[in-house]
Design a protein around this ligand. Sequence first.
Ligand code: ATP
Ligand code: MG
Length: 559
Amino acid sequence: MTEIKKAEERSLNFIEEIIEEDLKAGKYKSIATRFPPEPNGYLHIGHAKSICLNFGLALKYGGTTNLRFDDTNPVTEDTEYVESIKADVQWLGFQWANELYASDYFEQLYGFAVNLIKKGLAYVDDSTSEEIAKQKGTPTTPGTRNQYADRSVEENLRLFEEMRNGKYPDGQKVLRAKIDMASPNMHLRDPLMYRIRHARHHRTGDAWCIYPMYDFAHGQSDSIEHITHSICTLEFIPHRPLYNWMIEQLEIFPSHQYEFARLNLNYTVMSKRKLKQLVEEKHVTSWDDPRMPTISAFRRRGYTPESIRDFCERVGVAKRDNIIEYSLLEFCIREHLNKIAQRRMVVFDPLKVTITNFPEGEVEMLTSEDNPEDANAGHREVPFSRELYIEQEDFMENPPKKFFRLAPGGLVRLKSAYIIKCEEVIKDAEGKVTEVKCTYVPESKSGSDTSGLKVQGTLHWVSVAQAISVEVREYDRLFKVEDPSSEEGDFKDYINPDSLKVIGTAYAEPALKTARFEERYQFLRKGYFCLDKDTSEERMVFNRTVTLKDAWAKEKKKA
Ligand code: ATP
Ligand code: MG
């Protein structure tokens, strides 16, 4: 597994080193970062990494973080996504200094573009996108300028204004920066700044029909907000010279861009475009389907913000791309849930046990610790009676050696209750075991001295009469392979068909009647669970957040 280090043990990451140097040199009085999502989908765990990094740095160094919606593409963006992004950032435990929208800067950005035109550093090009691509050359051959690059400042100003005023249809003209068609960096070969899109924008409506490109809007927005450290992922390294060129030519606040490795997780995909396909083609039920790698799905599944922040911290800030193991994420949530989850007993696949020496109709209320890991946790009452359920798999008629559960003539302890002995096995016509008759040892009540009795196993159980039936949903990896995006063919060919298992009726101890959404539970010997939002008056639904142990590590070793 990935090396695990706690925050206080680790050395500074390279961005912290830069910030500390900048502050020491008096370059800035305080730092300003931003988280700049495009509102075209729900945030995933990769975004959580970026959120924790940007907000975490500002918290550590006493700066501020803006939430800026990078909403410069009217076609793919939506207010639904804006709302979900805000909810996710807050759930993770962060509060932005300002909620901002790149679209609020459209007028200012337009002004910047006019300035570049006036400086002879931008021109309107009438070429088609195919022509522009062709003229761009290749990384080894220089590109060529066309005749439009020679347009006068006056003509460019007029045409750009006409573009804004809606005189031209989509695709007929673009505004380009005039930089260097022979640059070895393709991004500097007269990059596009504006394109025409007659489309309604989720915030500016029909006010605009030209929209700035990422490379023009992003750095300028950083500068407008006086962002000191603009952090993005490695694929933007080649964009950095352009980022700097724009800021220098416009003579605006000098924001700086720094790049770190994006977070990749195995057995899933991590791009909004792909996640959207999974939702739209109904491979999952929704963006927050608990099998999705979105923040909202992790929340619904029972992950805690603490566990995700811990995970992001342990992953660290790398300068080279790698794939992080899903099991590290699961390690983090287990660590947290072990401390906070209330222990409960739920039988998934019941086998009836009758305690023949326990009086009929009587109920004894036993007490059990809510969480042995937490000294402040309380206790709950657990009813014990003549008729109980245990798991089918916890009984075997002809057990192999080292089967420490229930078998004919054998003893076993029932958690927080008594030691029982299997006296008789009842079967149906087909020979299937339908019931076992046991006796209990009255002086073996949990907490008493039972040194005289040798019992190896402890089972979870419920009392039949008081049990409540609930639905349980168990989740597994969404994909069968570690990196579905790099496999041959479509990534969806590698979806794990067994990623969801529904147990329609499980039997829960009555304390779960009052289960609440914000509570976390450990179903003894089963895993960690939480209440799902599909819960209704008639039916409680529980999600398995994570198993108690890493079952996949074992699977992988076998394979
Ligand atoms: P996707 O390709 O999944 O749609 P994106 O980069 O287009 O992601 P944005 O909304 O533009 O998504 O991203 C907002 C911020 O989150 C950016 O600063 C981006 O660099 C960062 N980010 C996105 N994905 C990851 C990731 N996997 N790891 C770390 N940071 C990420
Ligand atoms: Mg993006």
